[in-house]
Ligand binder design. Structure first.
Ligand code: SAH
Length: 395
C-alpha cells in the first residue's frame, strides 16, 4: 500500500532511531497535501530513508508510530499485535477462571499508541485516544474476535470523551459486536465485581490496582480500614477477604458508592463490617478522630492532567497525605497513590515526604508500588509509567 508521505527535518529522526513512538510537529519538514487526520502515513528522514509508519494527527504530536518497519497497516497487522498482547497476558497469569478482568492493550506499552482495550469476562471495552485508532475500530474489533476466539461475545466501543476533539466521527459509544449475552459479573483474583462500562468512569473498572489490592488483603487482618476515593470498592472487598475488622468506603460520587455497595454485597452479602459514605475526602478526613483507622488507602483521581497543573497537584497530594498522617492510628499502614502521569515518582515521593515531616510522625516506606504487568511500560516510552504508590508504616 502506498501511503502518503511525511519527511522529517535533518537529524530529527534520532528519537525514532531509539524507537520513541511519537513524532512532534516541530520535527516535520514536509508533508503531502490533503492529509486527513487519522490516515496512515509513511515517515522518511531528510535523506529519504524510510523510518516509520503511523497514524497522522493534527496537534503537537503529528504521528503516532505503529511500526518501524515498512508494512501495511491491515487486518494482518492488527491480528499480529493483538496476538502478541494476548500471549503476554496469558504468560503473566492474568487470564484465568479466577481472573477474568485484565487490560489487553495498553497504548504505547503494547506498541499501539492511542488504543486501550480492557476485557471483562466475555466483553471487550475498547477506547480510542486518536482519530487513527477510531478510524480503525472495526478492523481492530474483527481482529479481537479472531484472537480471543469464542470466549469473546461483545465489543463495546467507548470513545466519546477520549477522542482529541468532537468531530463528526460517527457513533462513538456503543456495541460494535454483540450487546445481548453480556456476562455482567467479572472476577479479579477470585473476587466478583460488576463493571459498568456504559455509565462508569473510564472503561468501567480500574484494573490497574489489581496487584496493589492483593497486597492490602495481606495487611488487613483485624484492622479498621478506610478506603478513600473507593470508586467501585476494589480495595474494600479485598480488605474484607483479608479479615479486616471494619471497612469504610468513601467517595464523593453517590453513583460510586452504589457501585461499591453492590460489589461488596456480591462477595460478602449482609456483612455488617462494611459501610460506605458519599462524602468529600477532605471533609471526611477533617472530621474523623486520630486513631479511628489503622489502615488508610488514598487513591485520588489524577490531580494533574497536564504539566501546567503540576505545582497545584503536588500541594494537593501534600495536603491530603498530611491529613492521613495526622489521623492514622499509631502503627498504622498508609497506602497512598498518584495516577497523574505528569507527576514523577520522585516528585510524588517528595510531596508525601513533606506531608510526613509536617506532622512529625516517624514514617517508613514498606513497599513502592506501580502499575501491574498488564499495563506494561514500553522501555522506549518512559512516559507510559503513570501509577505510583507507597505503602508506609506510621509509628
Ligand atoms: N480506588 C479506586 C479508583 C479511584 S478513582 C479503585 O480502586 O477503583 C478516583 C475516585 O475519586 C473517583 O471515584 C471519584 O469519584 C473520586 N473523587 C474525586 N474527587 C473526590 C473528592 N474530593 N472526595 C472524594 N472522592 C473523590
Amino acid at each position: 500500500m502506498s501511503y502518503k508521505k511525511i519527511t522529517l527535518k535533518p537529524k530529527k529522526e534520532e528519537s525514532l532511531r531509539r524507537f520513541h513512538p511519537w513524532i512532534f510537529s516541530g520535527a516535520v519538514a514536509q508533508k503531502d497535501s490533503n492529509l486527513t487526520e487519522g490516515e496512515v502515513v509513511n515517515v522518511y528522514t531528510a535523506n529519504n530513508d524510510f523510518i516509520a509508519v503511523g497514524h497522522y494527527q493534527i496537534g503537537s504530536i503529528e504521528v503516532r508510530v505503529l511500526s518501524f518497519q515498512e508494512r501495511n497497516i491491515d487486518a494482518a497487522f492488527w491480528k499480529e499485535k493483538l496476538n502478541t498482547a494476548f500471549s503476554l497476558r496469558k504468560s503473566i497469569g492474568v487470564v484465568s477462571e479466577t481472573n477474568t478482568a485484565y487490560r489487553l492493550i495498553h497504548g504505547e506499552g503494547d506498541n499501539l499508541p492511542g488504543l486501550i482495550i480492557d476485557i471483562y469476562g466475555n466483553t471487550a471495552v475498547m477506547q480510542s485516544h486518536s482519530v487513527g485508532m477510531h478510524e480503525s475500530r472495526i478492523e481492530i474489533s474483527n481482529a479481537l474476535i479472531e484472537v480471543l476466539g469464542s470466549t469473546l461475545k461483545n465489543v463495546y466501543y467507548k470513545s466519546e470523551t477520549t477522542l482529541p476533539y468532537k468531530a463528526d466521527l460517527g457513533a462513538e459509544n456503543g456495541y460494535l459486536v454483540g450487546g445481548k449475552d453480556v456476562e455482567d459479573i467479572a472476577i479479579e483474583n477470585g473476587l466478583k465485581f460488576q463493571p459498568d462500562w456504559v455509565k462508569g468512569q473510564k472503561t468501567g473498572f480500574f484494573v490497574d490496582q489489581r496487584d496493589n489490592r492483593a497486597l492490602i488483603e495481606k495487611y488487613s487482618k483485624g484492622k479498621s480500614v478506610l478506603n478513600m476515593f473507593c470508586y467501585t470498592g476494589g480495595f474494600s472487598f479485598y480488605a474484607m477477604r483479608g479479615e479486616a475488622k471494619l471497612v469504610h468506603s468513601v467517595d464523593s460520587s453517590a453513583k460510586a458508592i452504589m457501585l461499591t455497595q453492590n460489589n461488596v454485597e456480591l462477595n460478602f452479602p449482609n456483612d455488617s463490617r462494611h459501610s460506605a459514605y458519599a462524602e468529600d475526602a477532605f471533609k471526611y478526613l477533617a472530621k474523623i478522630n486520630k486513631g479511628d483507622y489503622d489502615l488508610i488507602v488514598l487513591d485520588p483521581p489524577a490531580f494533574a492532567k497536564h504539566r501546567g497543573a503540576i505545582k497545584n497537584a503536588l500541594q494537593g497530594y501534600k495536603r491530603l497525605n498530611a491529613t492521613a498522617f495526622e489521623k492514622i492510628a499509631p502503627g498504622g499502614i498508609l497506602f497512598t497513590f498518584s495516577c497523574s502521569q505528569v507527576i514523577s515518582k520522585d516528585a510524588f515521593r517528595l510531596a508525601v515526604f513533606s506531608a510526613a515531616a509536617q506532622t512529625g510522625r516517624s514514617v517508613k516506606i514498606l513497599h513502592q508500588l506501580t502499575q501491574p504487568a498488564d499495563h506494561p511500560i514500553n522501555i522506549y516510552h518512559p512516559e507510559g509509567e503513570y501509577l505510583k504508590g507507597l505503602v508506609l508504616y506510621v509509628e
